[in-house]
Design a protein around this ligand. Structure first.
Ligand code: SF4
Ligand code: SF4
Length: 342
């Protein structure tokens, strides 16, 4: 792997230059408490020390609503809505979200390639950024707190800039023409990175790993936590819509008023909605809130063979954005019998 270094002042210059290569999105403070990936107009507005964005990065490649095709029954024609040629550059993606994207890839590219997702994703550029955890983070016990794949460049904080890991050929192509603003790393930089990672490791609210969690979830399906916590759940779906790895969607045909033309749209769905398990009959595969609640806990902790991780990457969004204050991490700890770090 190749390593280079860049100062903070030159990072702004680099971001400015990236804008010429595609549409650049980066973490931006949008309110007192919330951050979101937004298109970068002013590079000085980019946030380097955010914890989590309200919307996950998957939305850039798998939009919350998209028209797949339009149709005209009078001509018996169908017009596919192929995504435009656009390079989406995401700067400032944390390790957990990089693995989140790889999990979405495993379903939309590896299994049964989805042309809409694949086209956007394959022309996308991912630039990672190091972070420090807060009380909602648990990517460490998910073993995704440090990534070695899934990024073109990865920026690690230094006192006066960043140590940059180059992860792909695309990454090299971003660095090579910009060597006037990148430099060689020093032993001091490596020592700082080591100390930063050590400090970061100690800051997580829990230690160890949760490799055995999926077995405990299977063995304790009648755990009282599900009835107690699902009682509080509002069924709003925030936990799934903010999750970087959720992939469920619904497909609807929306006809014009005369029924002659129309569009087929794909919209994000949530397993926390009553309608999610509803089929003809009417039969509902998950008729109760408790059954829907439990489904999410089982789904998120299953094993993804392509990334060799759980589907939950420990980003903390589902707890942070839950209006009913349901703490996913603590509930999982109760099932797994894990203790808080002291
Ligand atoms: S965000 Fe909270 S209240 Fe809303 S569906 Fe998820 S667990 Fe229930
Ligand atoms: S389940 Fe919650 S903590 Fe896990 S990846 Fe999804 S939003 Fe993040």
């Amino acid at each position: 792997m190749r390593y280079v270094k860049i100062s903070k002042a030159n990072t702004y210059k680099f971001l400015e230059r990236l804008k010429a290569k595609g549409t650049l999105y980066a973490p931006t403070k949008i309110s007192e408490k919330f951050y979101d990936f937004r298109e970068v107009n002013d590079v000085k507005a980019v946030q380097f020390d955010y914890n989590r964005t309200i919307r996950p990065p998957r939305r850039f490649f798998y939009p919350a609503r998209e028209t797949m095709f339009t149709f005209d029954t009078t001509k018996v024609e169908l017009y596919e809505n192929v995504p435009e040629d656009e390079t989406i550059i995401l700067f400032g993606v944390h390790s957990c979200d990089i693995v989140g994207l790889r999990i979405v890839d495993s379903e939309f590219i590896d299994e049964n390639p989805d042309p809409y997702y694949k086209k956007r994703r394959e022309s996308g550029i991912i630039i990672g950024l190091s972070c420090l955890p807060d009380e909602y983070c648990f990517c460490n016990v998910r073993r995704v707190d440090f990534v070695d794949a899934g990024f073109d460049l990865f920026f690690h904080e230094l006192p006066d800039g960043f140590l940059v890991r180059v992860g792909t050929v695309t990454g090299h192509k971003l660095i090579d023409p910009n060597m006037d603003i990148f430099g060689e790393i020093t032993q001091e930089d490596v020592d700082y990175m080591t100390a930063f990672n050590e400090k970061r490791g100690e800051m997580f609210p829990i230690q160890g790993n949760w490799d055995d969690l999926r077995y405990f979830l299977e063995l304790r399906r009648d755990h009282p936590m599900y009835a107690r916590e699902s009682e509080k759940c509002l069924g709003c779906g925030n936990c799934t819509l903010t999750c970087p790895t959720c992939r469920c969607y619904d497909v609807k045909d929306i006809p014009s008023i005369d029924g002659m033309t129309g569009e087929r749209v794909r919209v994000w769905d949530s397993c926390q909605f009553r309608s999610h398990g509803l089929v003809a009959g009417p039969h509902n595969f998950r008729p109760t809130k408790e059954s829907r609640f439990e489904n999410r806990y089982m789904c998120k902790n299953a094993y993804n063979k392509d990334t060799t991780t759980a589907y939950c990457v420990g980003c903390g969004r589902c707890t942070y954005f839950c209006p009913a204050d349901i703490n996913f991490r603590k509930n999982l700890m109760e099932i797994g019998g894990y203790k808080e770090a002291v």
